[in-house]
Design a protein around this ligand. Structure first.
Ligand code: GLA
Length: 722
């Protein structure tokens, strides 16, 4: 007791000596201003354009919100934290204790520690401010120093006040094969929320990222905007609370529904990261900050590496995997000039061969009837053609018709007292990644492939279901509410192990298309499958929305057959290529179905992409120009290199009507005083007046050019060189 009193007295003396302190969390162009004061919780007073002197913020009149409001004592309606302490008290009252700033390679890490005034419960509020991108990551570490367990009822990653009047929100909603539909709306008093409750693939419907435009309706390349990205693959909730005075506050983190998390005495919990970006170059500026942050700081794995072109077998042969079909596709890959062949679903299963979606997941053994030479023979066949080899797996799943399920029925997500409710094929079930044995199994799937075929270059990692049977055989009765969180912590452990052992393996993140497009998983994956919908017209929209937060080198975009398998639409090959070339180019069809003329076109397109466009598209700054959502029937975008000396511009016309208005195509991101030579590439022979001419960056950006695009599904790709 005496020791405790002495310690308390010492803490009070230290706190009394501490002066109030401004903490400027700076990136090259932005600042988050914090105020740390004795006896007070940490406050946020500004987030926006970079400032180097806190004084002017206070002179001008500033925000005054707690940086991490806690239930029971904070003034805000939507708290970030809610804790049941060991004695049953539901309230938390935090006060500043100390702070540190640690320089890292490309960032500074700020840690501000607060403590509950009455309990040994600590909150470290952390901010990592990057020096190579205008992004600030926010998260917290919650530490239980109390004598008994405490329960975290809500444990958001971060809180941000946005005190502006006319604020609009941009978010992405989706469905299977219709991902990332962009929705914009003005914020009115009340609650705006996006959340996901699928449990295992949180980008399938609402995406865990939003943008807030502070100067009215969102503009691509002007106006102030703030982005908020939750780096997590599980259930989440992003809430914007707008009060009667039109002041908006943002809280984002793991969804608290059915997720009370017990922290044992002495234990801590680190929340996922909330990545914030501010720009005065509109939502396009926010996008470019995220793209840069992701590439330069491995928020997508191996972020600055150029991605190889490939052909994936799925839409070419579906489940009809056999040696002949595979080698014939490999011949096709070689013929068009792509670099990698990926064998999709249908290659595995012994007792239960995988001929459709209803069996075999979990039985990761080669089906020797289909592939007598096994996987090594296929890898060799690729090597003989000068191609890299890749393979599809869905390692976190099983089917009730599988040897794995027969052996380990308790490995699936389901309460022990209930019968599982299956998904795809009427038999598919999710494995319970909170269970360390399951984690070992999933790691083993990749490890065995790499042992047996060490030259495997690429793995497509799929995930085609969600939690429909909440409950775990593994978690104890008092920890059942940990499942939504522990599943992902388990998955992260597996992916960490894979990355430690196989840092160079290229991994694609797929989940019925773009169901897991989030920055919780992308640090482990090199790219993601944007959508199961490969229709070039609908892809314009899906890719547009996806690019709001993700860079082009992470976006797998494949040219597929016409008529398209999802929509039945017929679209010329050039248009299909021009749409796919604005990301990581690939194919998803039988090249042997191409006519001689089409094959020659495809060969030229792959050559052009590899030799000239790949670096610009995959590593350049992206400027979205005419949105397909504007309803003009046109879309355009461009990619500019860092020196602004080279760029590639894409224009698409995807609708037609008699006497339809044609937009003037204006550029962005160029040097105003430089002159650029314009050259149409991947063309179809039609000439424009600007071909081979030089124009200034200023003219191109202010006046723009005319492009004659005739009829539906005409497109134009222009290379600009200083
Ligand atoms: C999912 C994927 C597809 C394909 C199939 C295979 O739907 O999104 O690309 O891999 O599974 O079953």
């Amino acid at each position: 007791m005496l020791k405790r009193i002495l310690l308390l007295a010492a803490a009070c003396v230290t706190a009394a000596l501490l002066p109030a302190k401004d903490i400027l969390v700076n990136t090259p162009k932005t600042t988050l201003l914090l105020k740390a004061d004795r006896g007070q919780p940490l406050h946020i007073s500004y987030y926006g354009e970079r400032i180097d002197n806190a004084g002017q913020v206070y002179s001008a009149g500033s925000l005054w919100y707690e940086a991490y409001p806690a239930f029971g004592t904070c003034g805000t309606d939507v708290p970030a934290l809610s804790v049941r302490h060991a004695d049953g008290n539901m309230t938390t009252e935090l006060e500043y204790v100390s702070d540190t700033a640690v320089a890292e390679a490309n960032a500074t890490l700020y840690t501000i520690t607060m403590k509950d005034q009455a309990y040994d419960f600590y909150v470290d509020v952390c901010y990592r401010a990057y020096s190579n991108a205008d992004v600030i990551e926010a998260w917290t570490v919650l530490r239980n120093g109390e004598k008994k367990p405490v329960v975290l009822n809500k444990y958001a990653s971060g809180f941000l006040p946005i005190r502006q009047d006319d604020v609009w929100v941009t978010h992405m909603h989706g469905e299977w094969a219709a991902e990332a539909e962009v929705t914009e709306q003005k914020l009115h008093p009340g609650i705006f929320e996006v959340h996901d409750v699928t449990g295992t693939r949180n980008a399938y419907k609402n995406r865990p990222n939003i943008m807030l435009s502070l100067d009215g309706k969102p503009q691509e390349n002007s106006g102030r905007a703030i982005g908020a990205v939750l780096c997590w693959n599980g259930n989440y909730r992003i809430t914007v609370d707008t009060n009667g005075k039109r002041a908006h506050t943002l809280v984002a983190g793991i969804d608290d529904a059915q997720s009370a998390y017990t922290l044992a005495k002495g234990a801590s919990f680190t929340t996922p990261t909330l990545a914030l970006a501010y720009s005065n170059e509109g939502i396009g500026g926010v996008s470019r900050s995220y793209h840069r942050w992701a590439r330069l700081n491995n928020k997508i794995h191996n972020g600055t590496a150029l991605r190889k072109t490939l052909l994936n077998s799925w839409e070419g042969v579906y489940f009809n995997v056999n040696e002949q079909n595979m080698t014939s596709l490999m011949d096709g890959v070689k013929a068009v000039g792509a670099e990698l062949f990926v064998m999709d679903d249908g290659w595995f299963g012994d007792k239960y061969p995988r001929n459709n979606g209803s069996t075999s997941l979990g039985d990761w053994v080669t089906d020797r009837n289909k592939l007598p030479g096994g996987i090594p023979a296929l890898e060799r066949a690729c090597a003989e053609r000068g191609l890299k080899w890749g393979i599809w797996i869905e390692p976190e799943m099983t089917n009730t018709k599988s040897e794995l399920y027969e052996k380990h029925p308790d490995w699936v997500i389901c309460p022990p007292t209930r019968t599982p409710r299956p998904g795809r094929g009427g038999t598919q079930l999710c494995l319970d990644l909170s269970n360390p044995e399951v984690q070992n199994f999933v790691f083993g799937v990749v490890d065995r492939i790499m042992q047996e075929t060490p030259n495997t270059y690429y793995i497509k990692w799929d995930y085609n279901y969600e939690i429909a049977n909440y409950g775990s055989h593994y978690l104890t009765a008092d920890r059942q509410s940990h499942l939504y969180v522990d599943f992902h912590l388990g998955l992260q452990k597996v992916l960490e192990r894979i990355r430690q052992k196989y840092p160079d393996l290229v991994l694609q993140c797929c989940s019925s298309g773009g169901g897991r497009v989030n920055y919780g998983l992308m640090p482990y994956f090199d790219e993601f499958w944007v959508s199961d919908n490969t229709d070039a017209k609908q892809r314009l929209f899906i890719q547009w929305g996806t690019s709001m937060f993700f860079p082009a080198n992470a976006m797998a975009q494949h040219v597929s057959a016409s008529p398209n398998h999802q929509t039945g639409r017929r679209i010329p090959l050039k248009f299909r290529f021009d749409v796919a070339m604005s990301g990581r180019l690939g194919m998803e069809m039988k090249p042997s179905d191409l006519s001689e003329k089409e094959l020659a076109f495809a060969q030229n397109a792959f050559r052009l992409y590899k030799d000239t466009l790949r670096t610009l598209v995959q590593l350049g700054d992206q400027y979205r120009l005419i949105s397909p959502y504007e309803g003009t029937g046109y879309a355009s975008q461009m990619f500019v290199n860092e020196a602004k000396s080279r760029a590639v511009f894409f224009a698409y016309r995807f609708e037609t009507a008699v006497n339809m208005a044609r937009p003037r195509f204006r550029f962005a991101g160029l040097k105003p005083d430089a002159t650029y030579r314009l050259k149409q590439v991947n063309g179809n022979g039609r000439k424009n007046s600007w071909e081979g001419k030089t124009l200034t960056g200023r003219f191109l950006m202010q006046q723009g050019i005319e492009i004659s695009l005739s009829g539906e599904y005409d497109s134009c790709v222009i290379l600009l060189e200083e």
